[in-house]
Write a protein that binds this ligand. Structure first.
Ligand SMILES: O=C(O)CCC(=O)C(=O)O
Ligand SMILES: [Fe+2]
Length: 308
């Protein structure tokens, strides 16, 4: 457990007994929608190499980065977007981070056929990010099963929603700051859950905790953060909470992070599982496809295209 402003956020040891893991996932998911995992099996150097290659990419000039331009979704969901191009909180100020979005491809597949946009000037980026992606997908598969069991559903319930691997990874850089600012607006993630790799030593992520308010979720050595997204709330009719979070950049150097979003496939119809719907608790969500819901959220948070 770590105590964040009076709230207990578990650090779940993934090598411990399954019942203990499920109990901790369930409790965290019903209260704050976020937990840490440790002994997750991904070697430290895979994480640090991914962050280092990402930092290397972002250090290049705008021309190099803008060559990887991501068209407005839904036309495209891979590529580069500069700072101020999204409003994760549609009522807030534009987000300060720049980002390169990737989707899964096999490292051994021919790069020429890749749907990702890779910078020719940073050849090491592909290997470093896909290495981490491969490990994180394995971990994500395990989490899909554990979270489904923690929901009281069949082990394969969430896995079956993600058969096409609609996951997305984003490499993010937050610029250095001369004062504390909201760098990514308050939001919940759109998918089932997110595995978040944070740069060691930099406190910036904050979680809205009921009755407590914004609480820092610091990077803890040897751990990764897992936060639930809206699709997990929908499946459980609101019993599992999607974590409301934001990023506050502190005065100081730039920061890097790598969220990996696990999402239901676009054609999956999202609705509460019947076990969560009772006469006392009718369905709180309209039946819609994952694609429809994603498009709605993207439309709301995507600032008008500023392609230079
Ligand atoms: O950079 C972070 O720590 C969080 C980023 C985030 O919340 C997001 O991209 O959805
Ligand atoms: Fe997020």
């Amino acid at each position: 457990m770590t105590n964040a402003g009076g709230v207990e956020i578990p650090i779940i040891d993934l090598t411990s007994n399954t019942d203990a893991i499920l109990q901790q996932i369930r409790r965290a998911s019903e209260t704050v929608g976020l937990f840490y995992i440790q002994k997750h099996g991904i070697p430290e150097e895979i994480l640090s190499r991914c962050l280092a290659a990402s930092a290397d990419f972002f250090s290049f000039d705008d021309k190099t980065k803008l060559a990887l331009w991501q068209e407005d979704p839904p036309a495209s969901n891979v590529g580069y977007r500069p700072s101020l191009d999204s409003k994760l909180d549609p009522q807030g100020t534009p987000d300060l981070m720049e980002g390169l979005t990737l989707h899964w491809e096999d490292l051994n597949a021919d790069e020429a056929g890749s749907q990702n946009k890779w910078p020719v000037k940073v050849p090491a980026l592909r290997q470093a990010t896909l290495h981490y992606y491969a490990h994180a997908l394995e971990l994500g598969t395990m989490l899909l099963q554990l979270i489904a069991l923690a929901m009281g559903l069949e082990e394969d319930f969430l896995l079956n929603m993600t058969g096409n691997n609609s996951s997305r990874m984003r490499l993010l850089r937050y610029p250095s700051q001369s004062r504390d600012v909201i760098a990514a607006g308050s939001h919940s993630d759109f998918g089932l859950f997110t595995i978040l790799l944070q740069q060691p030593g930099m406190e910036a992520l904050q979680l809205a905790v009921p009755k407590t308010g914004w609480t820092v979720i610091p990077p803890i050595p040897g751990t990764l953060v897992v936060n639930l997204g809206d699709q997990s709330s929908i499946v459980t009719n609101g019993v599992f909470r999607s974590a409301l979070h934001r990023v506050v950049s502190r005065r100081g150097p730039e920061r890097h992070s790598v969220p990996l979003f696990f999402m239901a496939d676009a054609d999956v119809v999202l609705q509460p599982n019947p076990v969560f719907v009772t006469p006392e608790r009718p369905s709180q969500y309209e039946m819609k496809s994952a694609r429809e819901r994603l498009d709605e959220r993207m439309d709301a948070s995507w600032a008008p295209s500023r392609r230079p």
